[in-house]
Structure formats: structure tokens, C-alpha cells
Design a protein. Structure first.
Length: 206
């Protein structure tokens, strides 16, 4: 999977991957197990469940519903289906909708659910970064930085350190922020965030 320049592109790419291949992946695994152990009934049931979950996921994500309708639809999906990949993507959508409604507690709950379910490394990294943003929005800077420390995928390190620098600036810890911004630059952050150099230069002039 390519490394995308923004969080939304990353989410859209993962979402499209699950739309295109999620059903096939799960069905393939289930059918393989069914052939090996002879669990024909179980396999048929799981295949039907997976197909139905795929259809429900695509309907939910394509509906263009309001934030409140999306949250309600996500809750219904969670009650009816257990596919973790789809569920994690929906939780990310719920978190975004909750932030737009300024319901930060619901956003944090949704993002923590993604992290706890650990469906995919990229999804966990995205959820962690977004959780840190929400925590900082609530003034919980120590918690936000602690959340960022859990981001360890090389594809997300520049984004992590730039965000850490932003949080440190808001707390007046400019020297530590310089270190974070420089680290983000060293990790290739300028390729996706040209403003990063300006942030560091402004601190150096202060």
C-alpha cells in the first residue's frame, strides 16, 4: 500500500481496499478452513455473514448521511456484524463525525475502540494520531503526547513528531518543540508538510 500524504487519503485508501478485497480475504480464509476441517455449515454461514457485512458497510459509507445518522448507523452495524476491519473504519468515521459535533468524548471512545481492536497497523496508527489531536483539543497535552509515543510505524513518524512539536509549542516548551520539528524533517516530513520548515524557522527566530 502506498504512503499517502494526508490522513484522509490514508483512510480513503484503506477503506477502498476493504471495499475491494475485504470480502474476498475473509471468505478465502473461511473457505480454506472449511475445506481443511470439513466445517461446511460453518463456512457457508460465515461467507454469508461476510457478504452481508460488506454490503452493509458499503451502504453505510456511501449513504452521505448526517453526522447523527452516521453514528446511529455505525452503532447498528456494530450490533449486527463482527468484522473488525469494517468496524474499525466505521469507528474512524464516527470519530470524525463526533468531532464535527464537538462530542469529543464520543470521538475518543471510538478511536480508543479502533486501537484496542488492533485490526490493522495502519488503522491503529491513524486512530492514535487522531486520538492525540482530540486529547490536545481538550487540553490534555500530556495524554496526547503519551498517545503519540505509541505511534511507531515508520510511515507515520514524521507526522507524529510534527504533531508533537505543535503540542509542545502550545505548552510553551519551544526548545523541545524544535527537537520534535527537526526530527520530523529528518524523517522526510517536508515532503508532505511544507509548513514544517516554517514552524521550525519561527521558533529559531524567537
Amino acid at each position: 500500500m502506498e504512503i499517502y500524504s494526508t490522513e484522509e487519503q490514508q483512510v480513503d485508501a484503506i477503506k477502498q481496499f476493504w471495499k475491494d478485497y475485504g470480502t474476498s480475504i475473509v471468505i478465502g480464509a473461511v473457505v480454506g478452513l472449511g475445506g481443511l476441517f470439513g466445517w461446511n455449515y460453518y463456512s457457508d454461514h460465515q461467507v454469508k455473514q461476510t457478504e452481508t457485512a460488506s454490503e452493509a458497510f458499503q451502504a453505510l459509507t456511501a449513504a452521505g448521511e448526517t453526522e447523527a445518522q452516521l453514528i446511529t448507523g455505525a452503532e447498528n452495524f456494530s450490533k449486527n456484524y463482527s468484522e473488525s476491519g469494517y468496524q474499525a473504519l466505521i469507528e474512524l468515521m464516527v470519530a470524525k463525525a463526533a468531532v464535527e459535533q464537538e462530542d469529543y468524548d464520543k470521538a475518543m471512545t471510538a478511536l480508543k475502540s479502533v486501537i484496542a481492536s488492533n485490526p490493522d497497523q495502519s488503522l491503529v496508527m491513524l486512530a492514535s494520531i487522531r486520538l492525540a489531536r482530540v486529547q490536545a483539543q481538550q487540553g490534555q497535552f500530556a495524554a496526547a503526547i503519551a498517545t503519540l509515543e505509541q505511534v511507531n510505524d515508520p510511515a507515520f513518524l514524521a507526522q507524529r513528531d510534527e504533531l508533537k512539536g505543535d503540542f509542545l509549542v502550545q505548552q510553551g516548551e519551544n526548545d523541545q518543540a524544535k527537537i520534535a520539528y527537526q526530527s520530523a524533517i529528518d524523517e522526510g516530513g517536508l515532503a508532505t508538510s511544507p509548513a514544517l520548515q516554517m514552524k521550525l524557522d519561527n521558533l529559531n527566530k524567537a
